[in-house]
Design a protein around this ligand. Structure first.
Ligand code: FE2
Ligand code: FE2
Length: 289
């Protein structure tokens, strides 16, 4: 937990709405879907009012991932076919892609690298969720996509302090997020989780983003944090957008045991991730929309 007197943390959190606002349409959809009794019509009206977003959602709804035999032609049809949770996940995913398409000098991540790492972690997280028959694999995908979103804010807002983090890390002995904690009193997970809180996302998302480097600190019922933790490390081992810190973290024993995974399952997972990366249409849907 971040010390409540940490001034830098308070300053950054106060700036989040300005630095990383959630577009009005998406905020509306997130808020509406918090109430399960919201009529579907209200969701489709909100989505239809944003033409660009509506196009992206339709493209995604027609991608092979959802496997509908007939073409989904209208937003109201998409909302009925997919349910509003999936629609919300899609709208957030579409937005996250643009938020993450950034170059982060402080983390030695060029534009493509940050994007590739986030996208790879999202795919790997969803793969684990599906393997575990987790009920909301799309939400785990979003967690994977957003897990390092705090880096975007820190890179922008704490440039000077960041040099001290790098110095501390270069001394050796600490993992990168530990160097952040030592110098700043918090890490990029704390900031990412504050972003998700400002966006009014679920408690599970907020906690998973905060604890993706230290899943032991999450509450006992949170399974998704272990998926995202493992996905993040696997994707880093695979060399997808590693940046500052390289592959300095080992997979938590607790995560392996909660998900009942053995070391050999990890190499199988890597193969599946490669496959998914080659065949996934989400990226193309969003980039070409
Ligand atoms: Fe991270
Ligand atoms: Fe990461």
């Amino acid at each position: 937990m971040v010390d409540k007197d940490n001034i830098l943390y308070a300053r950054i959190v106060n700036k989040i709405t300005e630095l990383m606002p959630l577009p009005e349409t998406i905020q509306k959809i997130v808020d509406l879907t918090r109430n399960p009794d919201t009529p579907l019509k209200k969701i489709s009206d909100a989505l239809e009012s944003d033409e660009a977003m509506a196009t992206k959602v339709l493209k995604l709804a027609n991608s092979s991932f959802y496997g509908f035999s007939k073409q989904v032609k209208t937003i109201s049809h998409a909302v009925v076919c997919l349910g509003f949770n999936t629609i919300k996940q899609m709208a957030l995913t579409a937005h996250s892609f643009s938020v993450l398409d950034k170059q982060l000098d402080g983390y030695y991540l060029d534009r493509g690298a940050m994007f590739q790492h986030s996208f790879g972690t999202a795919l790997a997280s969803r793969l684990l969720a599906t393997k575990m028959y987790y009920p909301n694999a799309e939400e785990v995908y979003l967690m994977g996509l957003l897990h390092d979103v705090g880096k975007v804010i820190l890179n922008q807002f704490a440039e000077q302090e960041f040099n001290k983090v790098i110095e501390e890390y270069n001394k050796g002995g600490l993992m990168f997020y530990e160097a952040e904690r030592k110098v700043l009193g918090f890490d990029h997970g704390d900031i990412g989780s504050a972003v998700c809180q400002k966006w009014n996302l679920s408690d599970d998302i907020v906690e998973t983003i905060r604890c993706h480097h230290n899943p032991e600190e999450a509450s006992a019922g949170n399974i998704s944090v272990h998926m995202v933790h493992i996905a993040n490390i696997i994707v880093s081992i695979m060399g997808l957008g590693i940046g500052a810190g390289g592959v300095d973290q080992k997979i938590s024993e607790k995560s392996l045991s909660v998900l009942n995974l053995k070391e050999e399952d990890i190499s199988m997972l890597m193969m599946s991730i490669m496959d998914e990366l080659e065949n996934d249409e989400t990226l193309a849907s969003f980039r070409n929309a």
